[in-house]
Design a protein around this ligand. Structure first.
Ligand code: UDH
Ligand code: NGS
Length: 386
């Protein structure tokens, strides 16, 4: 007589033999039949939620055939409304050992300052990417690796600006965006500005980096929120505004020092200025976030809820019309324009204390030596006021 335990033993032995047979069949070329059995035990695709990993293509696939030079740029036809290079989901991972030199090599058509124009047609859109930054060089490297080809697939005329907060005072994301807006618009008549956290990588190139008739929230489905919008009014991560939208809402607030609330304030400003937030479909506005902890120098802002309660009274008095800053340096690097800026403190704008002599410079390599399409400027110590 079999005991209950020995029955189970035979059952598992039987299961083991079945698995071995299936493995052998799969090796012998009966893959289709084996897959058929595997599919029976798997949930159908539509039953899985939208956190499912989409395989995605290599973001550099199909960019290899773009030619480097076009003899007569003036004769170029306009790019088509829908770029033929767009492919849909993109594979995003963060392998170790990536260097800026690799990113440069992979993007031979990007010119000094992080600028690009499609080589074979005249772009229909001019988009500036504004990235607030301090001590996140590691994240920046990955963002540049993915963002350059992502934008090239969309056949955009684009430029990438990294707005680097100088000094160690509490971080101020929204004020850096105001600096980015003003400095980028001084250089080119951009028709769209993307305000982009450094740690968010877009996962689908159908999420177009162009502006709509209202401010657009692009990062609506992040992996950290299960690829869902965390709350209806959320406007954080990546958003896109045309210059006229930006000025209509008096830009972003300058007085949110530390983490939290500034993106909600911006969202409120959109509606106070008589506009509304538009969003791409959830399946396209997908982003992978590079995991990290709250940074030193960016503590949670305890005043944020009180400030949010007063946005209706404050938005016209604080924003683009009052932003004060001092440009420390502007470097046209091979993959982006780096603008290091003193944005002062809650008490106003004061000269930055001199760093001790041993202090390493926060940002990489000096400007490249090869001839450039944008004018070679290294500005320093320029005060900017409205
Ligand atoms: N940023 C920097 N350096 C800093 C702080 C922020 O570059 O020291 C920039 C960067 O572009 C970043 C963005 O500001 O993507 C937003 O800051 P964040 O990434 O710290 O904000 P997020 O909300 O993450 O994405 C916070 C993680 C922990 C929050 C816990 C609060 N409950
Ligand atoms: C809200 C914050 C936003 C923030 C969002 C997501 O609570 O600034 O969470 O944060 N608003 C306030 O604190 C008032 S996250 O999960 O990305 O850290 O963007």
């Amino acid at each position: 007589m079999f005991s209950f335990q020995s029955k189970w033993r035979y059952f598992f032995m039987f299961l083991g033999v079945q698995l071995v047979v299936m493995a052998l069949l799969s090796r012998e070329g009966y893959q289709k039949r084996v897959n058929y059995f595997i599919r029976i035990f798997r949930k159908p695709d539509h039953a899985r939620n939208n956190t499912a990993v989409t395989a995605g293509v290599d973001v550099y696939a199909n960019l290899l055939n773009l030619s480097r030079v076009h003899p007569h740029r003036d004769d170029l036809p306009y790019c088509p409304k829908k770029s033929p290079l767009i492919a849909g989901p993109i594979h995003v991972s963060f392998p170790s050992g990536l260097t800026e030199a690799v990113v440069q090599k992979k993007n031979p058509l990007v010119v000094r300052g992080g600028r690009y124009r499609p080589p074979d047609c005249e772009a229909l859109h001019r988009t500036a990417i504004i990235i607030p930054h301090r001590r996140r060089e590691h994240h920046l490297k990955y963002l540049l690796y993915y963002l350059h080809p992502f934008l090239q697939r969309q056949q955009l005329n684009y430029g990438i600006y990294v707005i680097h907060q100088a000094g160690n005072y509490t971080f101020n994301r929204a004020k850096l965006m105001n600096v980015g807006f003003r400095e980028a618009m001084k250089e080119e008549d951009w028709d769209c500005l993307f305000f982009h956290d450094v740690d968010l990588i877009p996962e689908d190139d159908r999420n177009l980096y162009t502006c709509d008739s209202n401010p657009k929230h692009a990062a609506i489905a992040m992996d950290k929120f299960g690829y869902q919008l965390p709350y209806d009014a959320y406007f954080g991560g990546v958003s896109a505004l045309a210059p006229e939208h930006y000025l209509k809402m008096n830009g972003f607030p300058n007085n949110y020092w530390g983490w939290g609330g500034e993106d909600d304030d911006i969202g409120i400003r959109v509606s106070l200025a008589g506009m509304h937030i538009v969003r791409p479909p959830l399946r396209l506005g997908r982003y992978k976030m590079i995991k990290h902890k709250l940074d030193a120098g960016n503590d949670i802002n305890p005043k944020r809820f009180n400030m949010l309660a007063k946005t209706r009274q404050t938005w016209k008095q604080d924003g683009m019309n009052t932003v004060e800053y001092e440009i420390v340096s502007k470097d046209y690097l091979p993959l982006y324009t780096n603008i290091t800026v003193n944005i002062g403190t809650e008490k106003g704008l004061k000269p930055l204390p001199k760093p001790p002599p041993t202090h390493a410079k926060a940002l990489p390599s000096p400007a490249p030596k090869e001839p450039a399409k944008v004018p070679a400027v290294k500005e320093s110590k320029k005060k900017s006021q409205p």
